[in-house]
Design a protein around this ligand. Structure first.
Ligand SMILES: Nc1ncnc2c1ncn2[C@@H]1O[C@H](COP(=O)(O)OP(=O)(O)OP(=O)(O)O)[C@@H](O)[C@H]1O
Ligand SMILES: [Mg+2]
Length: 310
């Protein structure tokens, strides 16, 4: 549905996007995560047709398009990360104003439905500037939906929202996804995205460092997490076996619980367990520690720094 291939973008001599690759399939709810300045807003603006890029190729809905000359723009609903100031404009007037771009300003029922979708049905006569930040963001989302776009590109829609509002936004996005929209949503808050997104991409210094489903990402990097085991007997023999194994590092024990970094997949883990048992160890628990996406995020974006300095 959306594909970026080797997209580059310079601001003056500063390279903001450095060969960015990204693919979002139809119906996906794709989470775009990265630290400040990674290039999320830049790439989202390019996808929305608002900014030209300096190199690379972009496809929208199966068609190759030229960023910056957005004839495909009607397919996209773009929600910027910044909400403007609207003096003396009421919520329904705001919706009518944006609807007038598409000749739908008189379709009050439709606009009301959209407000209802984002939980602002009761606020039509309230001044926009009197809305709370979270409400403004939801209003902005309602406006993004006016022309019923195929693809939603939402730049940090949850920023500054309290947990309840975040939860409600997640439910709204989930529903939009069920209704068939393809959604790209950016955030700094990884656990927020990991719960609702079908796929995640982590961007760092204008490059995609990792992408996949949350499970895929975690399992790819699971080797970074220690193996945990509990001995009920034969611990000394077990420790010896662990130390001799070339794939282990950082063996630590606390009483009968042992943690060890182990370089190997599931089959190798099973082999190690068999070896331990054959060597006389009795083990009552044996598993990989579960990684948190947050820890992985920190690790990956850290690595980006090392690479940059290398
Ligand atoms: N108009 C501009 N002129 C010059 N540099 C810019 C401009 N816009 C962005 N940049 C730079 O490009 C890089 C990427 O910025 P971008 O806004 O895309 O990052 P981001 O991932 O959205 O960050 P954040 O999480 O802070 O929103 C940053 O280093 C930023 O300083
Ligand atoms: Mg941004």
């Amino acid at each position: 549905m959306v594909k970026l291939d080797q997209v580059t973008k310079y601001y003056g001599s500063f390279q903001a996007l450095n060969g960015l690759n990204l693919q979002i399939d139809k119906g996906e709810l794709f989470g775009f995560v990265g630290p400040n300045g990674a290039g999320k807003t830049t790439s989202m603006k390019i996808m929305a047709g608002l900014l030209a890029c300096d190199g690379g190729t972009l496809w929208i809905d199966g068609e190759q398009v030229t960023p910056g000359s957005g004839s495909w723009r009607e397919k996209i609903g773009y929600m910027p990360d910044f909400f403007g100031v609207y003096d003396n404009l009421k919520v329904m007037e705001y919706m009518e104003f944006y609807a007038s771009i598409y000749g739908r300003e008189n379709d009050r029922r439709y606009l009301y439905e959209l407000l209802d979708r984002v939980g602002l049905a009761e606020r039509g006569e309230v001044y926009v500037d009197h809305l709370s930040r979270g409400m403004k963001q939801r209003l902005c989302l309602a406006r993004t939906l006016i022309h019923d776009p195929l693809i939603l590109i939402l730049d940090e829609p949850a920023s500054g929202m309290e947990p309840r509002a975040r939860y409600e936004l997640k439910e709204i996005l989930r529903q939009l996804s069920i209704d068939g929209k393809t959604i790209l949503v950016s955030s700094h808050i990884l656990p927020d995205l990991s719960e609702m997104c079908t796929s995640i991409g982590i961007i760092e210094k204008g490059k995609m460092v990792v992408k996949g489903t949350v499970e895929e990402i975690l399992s790819t990097f699971s080797e970074a997490n220690p193996l945990l085991m509990t001995f009920t007997g034969g611990q000394e023999a077990g420790m010896r076996i662990l130390k001799e194994d070339p794939r282990t590092r950082n063996i630590a024990s606390r009483g009968s619980n042992v943690s060890v970094l182990f370089n190997g997949g599931e089959e190798e883990e099973a082999d190690l367990l068999a070896k331990l048992i054959a060597g006389g160890a009795r083990i009552s628990a044996y598993r990989r520690a579960e990684g948190s996406l947050e820890a992985l995020f920190l690790k990956l974006t850290d690595k980006g720094d090392e690479n940059a300095n290398a």
